[in-house]
Design a protein around this ligand. Structure first.
Ligand SMILES: [Zn+2]
Length: 255
């Protein structure tokens, strides 16, 4: 369309080879949608061309894959070059493409929500209420019967340890402080951070080394609920507790 608008000479008819059927029908669309500015741009171009060439016959033609269209390969090469940032001199581009293209509102919103979700998630998982709720969730998710069955092969000590980890009533400062058995709820290694089960199992940098054996998946570490509900993880959790020796004054050094 830009060529029809700018080239000199007379043409009786012009055929637009379009490989996208949806694009061919786009002139009907009134609701804004991603890429709508391009549709508007084409509409303006069509109007300009019609004004300049009132007798021109314009034909839209569906040409899947642009096959057998002269210049298609060359067009592809140029498009790839432009995508790499090697665009033509702005002076030679159609007016609409001389400045930056508008952003898609939908894409911007999606990116914003994703960022907000991430920040909210970080804030939430750092809050002391997170652990308590996570624990409640995990107790609701699987019936206690299931837990008892899964722990039948464990020793009494291991069983008790898991029960305490799941309930949060355990010899970590977060709980000890709540029941008046510690002067502070803080982790002994992290100032100003409450020592919850979540902090102990998943966060505290002091136990980074021990944690390597706890988490099998590096990319997406198991959540605290997974660790404490999935029988396949019990042994790893118990080993972690033993390795850290954090609870050894209460539970001894393991079997
Ligand atoms: Zn810590």
């Amino acid at each position: 369309m830009e060529l029809l608008r700018t080239e000199r000479g007379r043409f009786g008819a012009a055929t637009l080879g379009v490989d996208n059927q949806a694009a061919l029908c786009l002139t009907e669309i009134t609701k804004p949608r991603p890429g709508h500015h391009l549709v508007r741009e084409v509409e303006t171009l069509v109007q300009d061309v019609r004004k300049k060439r009132p007798n021109l016959q314009l034909l839209g033609h569906w040409t899947p894959g642009h096959s057998n269209i002269e210049g298609n390969e060359m067009g592809d090469v140029e498009a790839k070059r432009a995508a790499r940032g090697q665009s033509s001199n702005p002076k030679h581009l159609p007016k609409a493409f001389r400045q930056r293209l508008p952003h898609s509102a939908a894409a911007r919103k999606q990116a914003y929500r994703k960022r907000a979700d991430k920040v909210a998630g970080q804030m939430w998982s750092a809050s002391p209420r997170y652990d308590r709720l996570a624990m409640r969730d995990l107790r609701m998710r699987r019936p206690l019967r299931f837990f008892h069955k899964a722990t039948m092969k464990l020793t009494r000590r291991q069983h008790n340890l898991l029960v305490q980890l799941r309930s949060g009533n355990i010899g970590l400062n977060g709980h000890l402080y709540r029941i008046g058995r510690a002067l502070s709820a803080d982790c002994p290694h992290c100032d100003g951070v409450i020592e919850t089960v979540g902090h102990f199992l998943q966060v505290c940098p002091k136990y980074e080394k021990e944690r390597q054996a706890l988490q099998r998946r590096v990319r997406r570490p198991e959540s605290i609920a997974e660790l404490l509900t999935n029988p396949a993880a019990f042994k790893r959790v118990l080993r972690f507790v033993d390795d850290t020796k954090r609870l050894s004054t209460i539970f001894g050094d393991g079997d």
